[in-house]
Write a protein that binds this ligand. Structure first.
Ligand SMILES: C[S@@+](CC[C@H](N)C(=O)[O-])C[C@H]1O[C@@H](n2cnc3c(N)ncnc32)[C@H](O)[C@@H]1O
Length: 462
């Protein structure tokens, strides 16, 4: 079927799951999928880039639109660049935009941030600053998570496979030998664990049959310390000693990688950032692109415009990286974070760097901000760096109660930044400037920093 020909008089029936359509991709949707039109229906096609003609299979059919995945790239778009990261003949699932020239990726991200703020947030009158490009377009990830499976698809190897899920398959793992998002050392660490599993004949966990042992491998890297940390997730605690630093056991059928973890090597990973030394527990969040985290924090510090006297709240502080990198320019810093291990790391990080004007609290931002204000007093500047879901209404109200002069919002999702910024504008803040930072080349993920300044006495909504 032709995309958007509209040759049929009556509108066609909504595409059904499993149906295959030949379509042309004309743009990119937020989240990174290609957009195609087929007789009045909008199709969001995973694996399709602008200009591509693809055979797409519908994975979910709705009344006015359908989701689909690329089965075959029939004719690549004129701008497509050859894929560099390929596993078992398929493009790397971690690099869905690798076919887009890097300049085009940057332009798309810049446009998507501006579009979200204007259309979703109804915001205007702010300075949309040019995106900060990535230092490295490849091999920038300091953390990758792999899955085990049986039978190495796409290679001549036999035995356990260790890599990523095959496109659209939860039960098939494609072996990875060189992922070009990871460093050479990170790839070698993963391949070493696979060799061990094959040599010792340890079976992969089979979710369908509910038997087997090996589930996941998480490889984390200190880019500036050269340290590699490997964490093996298995269903059984008794194994031929694996060549890893941490061993997590998850019994039963639950997904994820959280469970009791024992140390076999170094328990914490060490990294250098913004001239400071950091260490992190395996359960604590750390930005996955070390070099660009430094750029991101530099933008946050610039937007905060500190003079050395301010009280700064660093909400959603993780292991304290943003607050500690600002501490030298601030009067005092208070970090708040929900994961207690991350707060213990943040406290250790302050001590290790001899920073005496930073304190950290383990609490939920929903309930912890009021007690923090009682203890510390109201802040001059609040930095927020929430997960993709953004700030809940309740957290926005707590943020408004802080009555800070400036809010520096570090966002990994402009579609949740937009409504949050709009709520803050209703309460007397003004969105002044926004600068995207490309933390994730070859992917549609977008990071940006926004500065909001208070211009009237804030009034909590509702
Ligand atoms: C995007 S990370 C940012 C961490 C840190 N600012 C950094 O740059 O490394 C978000 C952090 O928010 C924490 N978090 C999630 N929900 C929270 C909540 N309700 N209250 C406090 N912290 C929360 C997560 O554990 C995570 O460490």
């Amino acid at each position: 079927m032709e995309a958007g020909t509209g040759t049929e008089a009556a509108p066609r029936k909504a595409p059904r799951r499993g149906e295959r359509l030949e379509v042309e991709i004309d743009s990119l949707a937020f989240g990174g999928r290609g957009v195609a039109r087929a007789d009045g229906f909008v199709l969001f096609v995973a694996g399709g880039l602008p200009g591509d003609r693809v055979l797409a299979e519908v994975t979910k059919g709705k009344k006015r639109f359908a989701e689909a995945r690329t089965i075959d790239l029939l004719r690549p778009g004129a701008d497509r660049t050859p894929d560099r990261c390929i596993h078992g003949g398929e493009p790397c699932p971690g690099a869905p935009w690798q076919g887009l020239p890097y300049e085009r990726q940057l332009a798309e991200k810049q446009a998507q941030v501006e579009d979200s703020l204007r259309r979703i947030g109804g915001l205007d009158g702010f300075e949309m600053e040019p995106i900060v490009p990535a230092v490295e377009e490849w091999r920038y990830r300091n953390k990758l998570e792999y899955s085990f499976g049986e039978g190495a698809v796409g290679t001549a190897d036999e035995g356990v496979a260790l890599g990523f899920h095959a496109r659209g398959r939860w039960d098939l793992i494609v072996d990875v030998d060189d992922c070009k998002l990871a460093s050479e050392a990170g790839n070698a660490a993963r391949n070493g664990v696979r060799e061990w599993a094959r040599l010792e004949d340890v079976p992969a966990y089979d979710a369908r049959a509910r038997r087997g042992v090996l589930r996941n491998l998480v490889v984390r890297e200190g880019r500036r310390t050269g340290q590699i940390q490997t964490r093996l997730v298995t269903t059984a605690s008794r194994l031929p000693r694996p060549p890893v630093d941490l061993h997590t056991t998850i019994e039963g059928d639950s997904g994820g990688t959280d469970g009791p973890t024992g140390a076999l090597g170094e328990e914490r990973l060490h990294e250098k950032l913004c001239g400071l030394d950091f260490e992190m527990s395996h359960g604590a969040f750390f930005q996955t692109n070390t070099e660009m985290a430094e750029r991101l924090y530099a933008v946050a510090t610039e937007f905060a415009g500190l003079t050395g006297r301010e009280r700064v709240f660093d909400l959603f502080c993780g292991i304290g990286t943003i607050g500690l990198s600002m501490a030298g320019a601030a009067g005092e810093v208070w970090g708040l974070e929900i994961v207690p291990e991350a707060i213990a790391d943040a406290e250790r990080n302050a001590r290790r760097n001899k920073i005496e004007n930073a304190r950290f609290v383990a609490a939920n931002a929903r309930t912890g901000v009021r007690p923090l204000i009682e203890e510390a007093g109201k802040p001059d500047v609040v930095v927020v760096d929430p997960p993709r879901a953004g700030l809940s209404q309740k957290i926005v109200r707590r943020l408004i109660e802080c009555e800070a002069q400036k809010i520096v919002y570090v966002s990994c999702n402009p579609t949740t930044l937009a409504p949050n910024a709009s709520q803050l504008e209703e309460a007397g803040y003004k969105l002044r400037r926004v600068r995207p930072v490309d933390m994730f080349p070859q992917t549609p993920h977008i990071e940006c920093v926004a500065l909001l300044e208070r211009h009237t006495s804030p009034t909590p909504p509702g």
